[in-house]
Design a protein around this ligand. Sequence first.
Ligand SMILES: [Zn+2]
Length: 245
Amino acid sequence: MLRWRRPQLPEELIIAGRPVPVVATRRPMARGVRLRASAIKGRIEISLPPRGGEDVGAALLKAHHAWIEAQVAKWPAPIPYAPGAIIPVDGAPVRIDWQADHPRTPVLAGDALRVGGPLSLLSGRIERWLKARAIADLEPATRRLADQLGRPLARISVGDTSSRWGSCAGARSGDGARIAYSWRLVCAPEWVRFAIVAHEAAHLVHQDHSPAFHALNRQLDPRAGEARRWLARHGAALHWVGREA
Ligand SMILES: [Zn+2]
C-alpha cells in the first residue's frame, strides 16, 4: 500500500550552537501557518490549521532563519539554581551561597542566599523559598487593597503562568474573588510587583479595562504605566530564572 509521506517539522533547531525547541500546535480556527519566537518560553512556535501546513511551516523556518537567529540572540540567558549563580530577588542580584553544611532552609543574608543540604535538592529548595516569599508579599498587599476597596477575597495564590502576571476571577460572585499571580514577580522590584497587585485589585471593582478601571488603577498605583514598561523590557528574563537551558 502506498502512503503519502507526511512532511515533518523539525523538533528543534540549532541556533548559534544552542538547541531551540520547535513546537507546532494545530489551531481549529487558524487559516494559515504562523511562526513566532517566544522569548518567554524560549522556543519557536508554529501554529498550523486543522489539517496540513507542515510543508509551509518547514519552508517558513528556512525562509526566516536569519530572523529566528536574531530573535534567539535577544533571549535572556537561563539562570539555573546552581551554587554561585546570581538570581534576581526584589529586583536585586542575589548570589546562591550553597554549602552542604549550611542550614537546609534558605536564608537571605544581604546579597547572598545561604542554603545547605544535598546539591540534588538545591533547585527545589530555592524555588519553594521564592514561591513562599512571593505569597508572603503578595497576599497581605492584595488583602490591604481589597479591604480598602471593600471587596471580598476568597483566595490568593501563586502559580507559574507564562501569559499573564496576574489574574482575577469571580469578582462578582458572593464568595469573593480569586486572584492568582506568577510567583516570578518575587524576582521583580517591589514597586513593579505592587503594580500587578493594584491592577488585579482594580479588577475587583471593574472586570474590564475601561477608562474607569484605569482611573482606579492609577489611583491605587500612580506608577502603573512605568511598571508596565519595566515588565515589557525585563519581564521575559524572569521566566528564565531556574531554567537549565
Ligand atoms: Zn487586567
